[in-house]
Design a protein around this ligand. Sequence first.
Ligand code: SF4
Length: 481
Amino acid sequence: MTTAAQQFSHAAAAKATDLRHRAIIQKNIASYDIGVARGKDRFADWPNARSRAAAIKFETINHLDRYLEQFERNVLANGGHVHWAEDAEQARQIVLTLARQHGVRKVVKAKSMTTEEIHLNPALEAAGIQPVETDLGEYICQLRNEPPYHIVTPVMHLSKADVAELFHEKFGAALDAPAEELTMVARRQLRQDFLTADMGITGANFLIADTGMIALTTNEGNGRLSVSLPRIHVAIAGIEKLIPRLSDLGLFWPVLCTSGTGQALTSYSTLVGGPRRDGEVDGPAEFHVILLDNGRTKLLANPEMRDVLHCIRCGACLNTCPVYKTIGGHTYATTYQGPIGSVLTPRLRGAAEWSHLSFASSLCGSCTDVCPVRIDLHHHLLHNRRDAIASKFDHPLQRLAFKLWLWVVQSPARYAVAGKLARLGLRLGLGNSFAKPWTATRDLPAPPRQSFRDWWEKVGQASRLSDVKPPTGGTPVQHHP
Ligand code: SF4
């Protein structure tokens, strides 16, 4: 097992029995679910909106070269600059070079998972530049010195009391302060940072090819302030964030907001079309867009996996995933968590180290059901598993166990003998040794007195099925922390 797989396994086992964590996540996702159900009702035809969004992304990704060039031409025509970054290191160096050229000491950042992906904050700090996260959730993460728990809601794992405790410790806020007061505490701190920052860094929810604009959606207006107050604005986005036309936003903004937060639209929808022009009173003197590859063209070259690039990072697949809800976002130890993270990470960061994530799924298909751009997520998990096995990135014992299982189930006689042996072992109490770590947090049910096969033989002798009672003797599984 790789180090990442071992850490994942230990962290998952611990989090799965953390009942406080479970209660907070269930509460937060329950209110998200209500919003999403309402949001979908606002569409005349939600399934059709998903199909339309999927079709536009399909068209865009399959002509990405053309749309990227169109986007670049239009950014340049608007007075902006475009930089191409092959990997995370190149992207970091572009930012650091720009920062050095302009004597930047402080950066305000709007929420951006792409900057998490390239580990920008540690690089800025190492260069003596102070990065300040301005999205409230990201700001809380930064104060706690931990990565985002979720790609849309970075502190979904915290309660209001947790935040009050943090703000009490950092800023002296009252422990019983209401949520509004806590947000005002953050606002007072961040206003000073907005006014004194030299550079604003954002992601881009969408890159718009036919206008060279970027679209940002936030609930706090921090994206708009990060763009308009500092002297330089740098937007960092994966190359897959393109949509062809400005008019496509009429579909993509509500689809993203509905799936992301259950809102019709977030409170602030911002379009950035270049640097400040003559006669304008605000806006940056320079506007730079960094287009990041970092493994995306490898996905593009793979017809089977290409639709993963349709992702608009709404987080819906995380919110519906029973595994994510049980083990939590930090357990994945990746930038992108949940089903999309388990599909993407082995492809972007290397299958040898990260294939275990594709096995951490029940394959229930709920992620595919909710994805607003209809990515076939659970089949992609299977594709990753298939490739991991072919490359021998799975555990040798796992392969041996499946070979043994195949040998047993290929013969009814062997299957019957195996069943009898298993029931005997359970009755002798061997289950607790063999079924660890399952039995560390659960009671093992007592085995039934007879197998289904034995029961069925009796049914065959019975004149009416309804006269026969099903096998008894087992006990329901009891879970305990
Ligand atoms: S894969 Fe689909 S559901 Fe998951 S984050 Fe991306 S767009 Fe949203």
